[in-house]
Design a binder for this molecule. Structure first.
Ligand SMILES: NC(=O)c1ccc[n+]([C@@H]2O[C@H](COP(=O)([O-])OP(=O)(O)OC[C@H]3O[C@@H](n4cnc5c(N)ncnc54)[C@H](OP(=O)(O)O)[C@@H]3O)[C@@H](O)[C@H]2O)c1
Length: 270
């Protein structure tokens, strides 16, 4: 990996990954350890975080830091603890998120609020807590895992898509503000990736959907996602789309919006 992405580019860089107890975050943690980074892994489930830590080598390069992104007022405190792990944060990877399976008309606003608090406000709060330290060190990179649904909307995902679109508004604005401090913003938009995201997605009553949907079952592996994500992070891309044919929806909407609107109301989404 070092020859592919520059000699030792990530060596000893401190990378803080949220949502690292499973799926994409877990594979990113493992991939960053392999390229010599020091990694802090966060999520709510401490047992799963410890399992990820035990699978990553060398074990002294990885620290577990529990976090619940819905607890927005704890972002500054948890950031201080993250910095104390290795003395700094070079790359923050905002990956934690929760999806949705429910029609807007049936879904209570409380469910919308949970999704938007986790995916959008929690991510904003953590980013704002990390920023002053990156500004002081005059370097850093903030990577946010959005979705193709951060670029277009789809049935049964209204709050989820709103939260992901919101991330683009926030981070595109922030990119312009902090360019002068040598801090880069990278937005990664996955298509279908083979993870438990659909099992953990909230239904109209706020209960887990508990099904592995066809899209995720046939999606690309988290290892392939991590490989392509690391390449985009190394290149400091502003935005990258990582997945299969579903990523084409972004271009269809951009260049043929009326055709896209026709397609998206017919396509079977899951
Ligand atoms: N898989 C896909 O097809 C796909 C497509 C587009 C975008 N994405 C995005 O990719 C990211 C990772 O998802 P994934 O596919 O890897 O699904 P996943 O396996 O369900 O992982 C989600 C991660 O987020 C954490 N999380 C959820 N709520 C949290 C909270 N309140 N506070 C802290 N951590 C929380 C979960 O850990 P705990 O439960 O331990 O807290 C878990 O580690 C998400 O942002 C998702 O929207 C995925």
């Amino acid at each position: 990996m070092k020859s592919q992405y520059g000699a030792y580019f990530f060596k000893d860089k401190v990378v803080w990954i949220t949502g690292a107890s499973s799926g994409i975050g877990k594979s990113l943690a493992s991939a960053f350890c392999k390229v010599g980074a020091k990694v802090i892994i966060s999520a709510r489930n401490i047992d799963n975080l410890n399992k990820v830590k035990n699978e990553c080598l060398p074990s002294e390069s990885i620290k577990v830091l529990p976090i619940d992104l819905e607890e927005i007022n704890k972002a500054e405190d948890v950031t201080k603890r993250a910095i104390s792990c290795f003395g700094k944060i070079d790359i923050l990877i905002n990956n934690a998120g929760i999806s949705q399976r429910g029609m807007a008309v049936d879904t209570g606003v409380e469910i919308d609020k949970r999704i938007i608090n986790t995916n959008l406000l929690g991510t904003i709060a953590l980013t704002k807590a990390v920023l002053p330290n990156m500004i002081a060190q005059e370097s850093g990179q903030i990577v946010t895992i959005s979705s193709v649904l951060g670029k277009f909307g789809a049935p049964t995902r209204t709050a989820y898509s709103a939260s992901k679109h919101g991330l683009h508004g926030f981070f595109d604005s922030l990119r312009a503000e902090i360019y002068k401090h040598n801090i880069n913003i990278t937005m990664l938009c996955p298509g279908y990736i083979k993870t438990n995201i659909s099992l953990n997605a909230l239904d109209k009553d706020g209960k887990p959907h508990n099904k592995l949907d066809e899209g995720q079952a046939n999606g690309i592996s988290t290892e392939e996602f991590a490989k392509r994500a690391i390449a985009a992070i190394y290149k400091k891309k502003n935005e990258a789309y990582i997945g299969g044919i579903e990523c084409g929806g972004i271009y269809l909407k951009r260049f043929f919006p009326r055709i896209f609107a026709w397609v998206i109301r017919r396509v079977k989404i899951n």
